[in-house]
Write a protein that binds this ligand. Sequence first.
Ligand code: KIV
Length: 379
Amino acid sequence: MTELDGEKTERRKRGPKVSVATLRRFRERGKQAVCVTAYDYPTAVFADRAGVDVILVGDSAAMTVLGLPSTIGIGMDEMLVFARAVARGVERAFVIGDLPFLSYQVSSEDAVRNASAFIQAGCDAVKLEGGLRVVDRVRAISDAGIAVMGHLGLTPQSLGQLGGYRVQGKTRAAAERILDDARALENAGAFAILLEAVPPESAAYIRDRLTIPVHGIGAGPHLDGQLVISHDLLGNFVGDIAPRFVSRLASLDATITDAFEAYAAEVRAGAFPAARHCYKLDAPGDRPLVAGQTDATPAVPTIPELSPARNNSRAVARASLRSQCLLHCSCPPFSPGSPTTSSSLFRALRSVNSSLTRRNASPRSAHACAMPMASRIRS
Ligand code: KIV
């Protein structure tokens, strides 16, 4: 199979491109669209491969990726970098670019120009926040031939007016006001509405009175699509905002921190890079290139002996051993508090590394042969 065949198979597997018409059909058939945010190429590829229907390049990138306190501080330049990266990774999903603060509020000309920039970046549609007050912008964008989604309920770009991250539409009157906004957006040409942080009853009430798809984030199950912020789902959001509607299905924060700790431990213990990480000379006779080395100098770096000066602490050794577990098998990691001695830990570490660097030793078998040693060091 050539590389091109592989690509074609992958594309067939991902299925035909999702469009506005697909999302309308989903609504007619009572099928919910699966929607997530993404801001970078790998996340977009993984989400698309997983069969996600809609990817929002949200201005939440301000908080999830840029570490800003709200979405107010992100601009078009940054959003377009994220949008291009996501569009590059997607074959099937419908990609929506989120118009950031002040990219559409000032004039319809701004709105159309900035919406067009998202389309040129590879997005299929744009989203903006607000109801009646942005109707002219929605009409202008739609008249320019660009699919536009309205965003109602909790609209983070108006946090000052809303008085914080507050649930919206909690009374019948408040739900009616959101419905008025939604109808105005629908009439102005919006292809869909996103409701954020609205009780399910209000959301269903609004959804049932519109003809376009209504998606939700924290707006209950009676809708045409469900959106989550990928960082909330994957567990790598840094910060304190954890609303009720967050569905956390992974803990990338711990996984990533553990991997960095294990790497740091390997470097500090002298276990990385080992021979298997190094390129070989063409002629082994050229080995004594480094002053003082001879043919007898071992090619595999040895693990340094314990010495406080080299920062070879017990924690370092334990973390390095743990990294071998994480990398080469699915055994439970070493428990952090197990009473082990430094020298036994380093013996085990040395055993793992020398097994891994043995010719033809597969990582799994190397680790398996180190496991008995590893279990012995738990006293
Ligand atoms: O930017 C974003 O991710 C959003 C969602 C919170 C709806 O607009």
